[in-house]
Design a protein around this ligand. Structure first.
Ligand code: MV4
Length: 445
């Protein structure tokens, strides 16, 4: 097992990784930016190293500084958390060259899934359903027109280097197609340095369902069922739950099997997520794979009773997965609400000093956060400040528990999105489980 792990991240996820290390008897070192010197992870880790100023590009994305921090503190592994360097193949490669284990997938798997055209092709090869669309990248204008005609409008143009909602556009008819193609190409070139674009049938009002997977370096892989992440705003998830109210046992089993097929096909050996779109007729299609630990992993932990971060660290160290697929059983229902430091009126970031804070507790409530009274929320990083996670026997009981938990959450000094979360938890549509990716737009009207 590792002796010491460097955490190249901040906030609640740094806390989460420190906790996993502690339970495994591994020492932790947190690499932090200058303003984060007073943060909770810095206090909770065994050691801390400053890696640069507040700008992420000069600290949390500063590869030489992070590698140096790991070397001077004698760490055998680096956990990147989510965001920042977690899906950076170059970083994973440098870690391995320096004989530091990157707690994540192989360089090859990161590159493969980072390219959405290749990811789609790989899914096809593995026998996993994908949205009807182009065979690989769109080569030229005639190719775009022919493919779109074949599959029928509306279609969606997507950048191969995109993902998470960046570099994509819905095209309603042929008149719009070529202008849109040039637009997406230009946007993709500016944002990702690659103008490669592909095309898919546009699935209207889908659910976003993702399957958690976990592999080891001995060829074992399991899935841990799905999360429903349909409640999002501008591609930022707000509420996630497990299991999804939109799946029956048959689709759930098929989706799990498809996720396993894909990860076995690529030799994946760590925690990952296979994203699917589920249409109104319950057809599901592979969309993307996230080759990292995700923000919403706790809802899965709550319903299967496993610690995903501990499993991720153990398998990175070469241990075999201690569990087989038959051992993984769904128990109850879990919901996560993301609390953001934002003005609930307009979603603008809110910064300042946290004056008073009281976290919800009691049966079936978990709060993942790095907040404390006196902490200063800065505008330099993501506005996620806490995740409230509940677990109960049924979805309705979990909703009641989340309403209760949000009601107990008291914070002064900064504005948060708690009032919005509270309203969603009381909406008829949410209670009925009628979730689509358009839920929030319709709800906010
Ligand atoms: C789609 C789609 C409809 N049809 N692809 C958004 C993020 C990126 N991962 C892909 N996305 C979508 N791809 C086809 N063929 C709708 C979306 C989409 C979406 C997906 C998941 C969650 C929220 C979303 C919000 C808007 C659009």
């Amino acid at each position: 097992m590792f002796k010491k792990v460097l955490i190249a991240n901040r906030g609640e996820i740094a806390m989460r990784i420190i906790r996993a290390c502690k339970e495994l008897g591994i020492r932790s070192v947190v690499a932090h930016s200058e303003p984060d010197v007073d943060s909770l992870p810095v206090r909770f880790a065994d050691q801390a190293v400053c890696i640069g100023p507040r700008e992420a590009a000069k600290s949390y994305l500063n590869i030489p500084a992070i590698i140096s921090a790991a070397e001077v503190t004698d760490c055998d592994a680096i956990h990147p958390g989510y965001g920042f360097l977690s899906e950076n193949a170059g970083f994973a490669d440098i870690c391995e060259s320096c004989k530091i284990t990157f707690i994540g997938p192989s360089v090859n798997n990161i590159q493969l899934m980072g390219n959405k055209v290749k990811a789609r092709e790989t899914a096809v090869q593995a026998g996993v359903p994908v949205v009807p669309g182009s065979d690989g990248a769109i080569t030229d204008d005639t190719d775009a027109v022919n493919t779109a005609r074949e599959i029928g409008f509306p279609v969606m143009l997507k950048a191969a280097a995109g993902g998470g909602g960046k570099g994509m556009r819905v095209v309603h008819d042929e008149d719009e197609l070529l202008d849109s193609l040039n637009l997406v190409r230009a946007e993709a070139m500016a944002a990702f340095g690659s103008g490669v674009v592909y095309l898919e049938k546009f699935i209207a009002e889908p659910r976003h369902i993702e399957v958690q997977v976990m592999g080891d370096k001995h060829g074992n892989v399991v899935h841990m069922f799905e999360r429903d992440c349909s409640i999002q705003r501008r591609h930022q998830k707000i509420i996630e739950e497990a299991p999804s109210a939109g799946l029956g046992e048959d689709i759930r089993r098929e989706m799990g099997e498809m996720a396993i097929k894909l990860v076995k096909h690529i030799g994946y050996y760590t925690a990952g997520t296979i994203e699917f779109l589920l249409d109104g007729d319950k057809n599901f299609y592979f969309m993307e794979m996230n080759t990292r630990l995700q923000v919403e992993h706790p809802v899965t932990e709550m319903v299967i009773g496993l610690d995903i971060v501990k499993e991720q660290i153990k398998t990175a160290a070469g241990r075999e997965l201690g569990i087989s697929q038959e051992d993984i059983k769904l128990d109850g229902h879990s919901i996560e609400c993301r609390v953001n430091a934002e003005d609930p009126e307009n979603f603008l970031p809110s910064s300042g000093k946290v004056e008073e804070i009281y976290f919800p507790g009691g049966p079936g409530v978990r709060v993942d956060t790095a907040l404390f009274a006196g902490y200063v929320v800065t505008p330099f990083y993501d506005s996620l400040i806490a995740k409230v996670i509940v677990k109960s026997r049924t979805r309705q009981e979990a909703i009641a528990r989340m309403r209760r938990a949000l009601g107990e959450f008291h914070i002064t000094g900064i504005k948060t999105t708690i009032p919005i979360l509270y309203r969603i938890l009381h909406s008829e549509q949410f209670v009925a489980g009628n979730l689509t990716t358009r839920f929030l737009e319709e709800f906010m009207e």
